[in-house]
Design a protein around this ligand. Structure first.
Ligand code: NAP
Length: 216
């Protein structure tokens, strides 16, 4: 799930390419969240290139205390956020969790583990950051800023990125036609284009990488 408002600052659960492309925007402040910022070499490199515009915060989406602490930290440092990107997710964890490609592999423990990360995580992160999204000042790219209730400013989108060349899709890539396997650069550009064109009237829309709305 993605919640968004436009312009800065942005909280991005690390997909590094999102962070990289957002930092290309003049004056954009980005807070990148991941479980262990001290081990995030890619983020450290970006921090050196964009000093002052990129900060990091530790956040494990399966740990409510960690989510609350991350939201508190962002509140202290920035006061509000304009865009929240929820993009943590797993399909498999090497040596721990196999892809559930057949019913015979399904177990309660594995279901709970993936649901905690993929389904409950975004809801809990959204819950913690919602007050910071609601505090974001209305911007020119949000022409509906005169809604009486502030919470109505907030657009919510679910985005389908297509198949993207990441660790997550690696075990399944052999079945994907080359033209349907997107580079990270291309995938994130496509998703940011969709986010940029959203308005606060967009509520819980599910949109594919090519801009088509997916019924659900
Ligand atoms: N790749 C695709 O083709 C594809 C297609 C459709 C949908 N998606 C969806 O896109 C999302 C991102 O996928 P991806 O391809 O970017 O995967 P990825 O490269 O494997 O990245 C997954 C990220 O999830 C984070 N993560 C895992 N467990 C976490 C936890 N407990 N708390 C916080 N962060 C956690 C990891 O962050 P840290 O290790 O840094 O904490 C990691 O950076 C997923 O929800 C996936 O279902 C991907």
């Amino acid at each position: 799930m993605w919640q968004l408002r436009l312009l800065r600052p942005v909280v991005c659960q690390r997909r590094l390419e999102f962070v990289r492309q957002l930092l290309q925007r003049p004056g954009q402040k980005v807070v990148a969240a991941c479980r262990n910022p001290d081990n995030a070499d890619g983020l450290r490199d970006l921090q050196q290139q964009h000093s002052g515009n990129l900060s990091t915060v530790a956040l494990d989406v399966t740990d409510e205390d960690s989510i609350t602490a991350a939201a508190e930290s962002v509140k202290k440092s920035h006061g509000h956020v304009n865009l929240l990107l929820n993009c943590a997710g797993v399909l498999h964890i090497p040596g721990e969790l196999s892809p559930e490609t057949s019913l015979s592999r399904v177990t309660t423990d594995n279901l709970l583990r993936t649901f905690k990360i993929n389904a409950f995580g975004p809801i809990l992160v959204s819950k913690a950051f919602w007050p910071l999204l609601a505090k974001a000042p209305a911007t020119e790219d949000n022409p509906t800023k005169l809604f009486a209730r502030r919470k109505q400013h907030i657009a919510t989108l679910l985005l389908h990125p297509g198949t993207v060349d990441t660790d997550l899709s690696q075990p399944f890539q052999k079945n994907v036609k080359p033209e349907k396997l997107f580079s990270r650069e291309r995938a994130i550009k496509q998703l940011l284009d969709i986010i940029d064109s959203a308005t606060s009237k967009d509520k819980a829309k599910f949109i594919a990488w090519d801009g088509q709305e997916i019924p659900w």
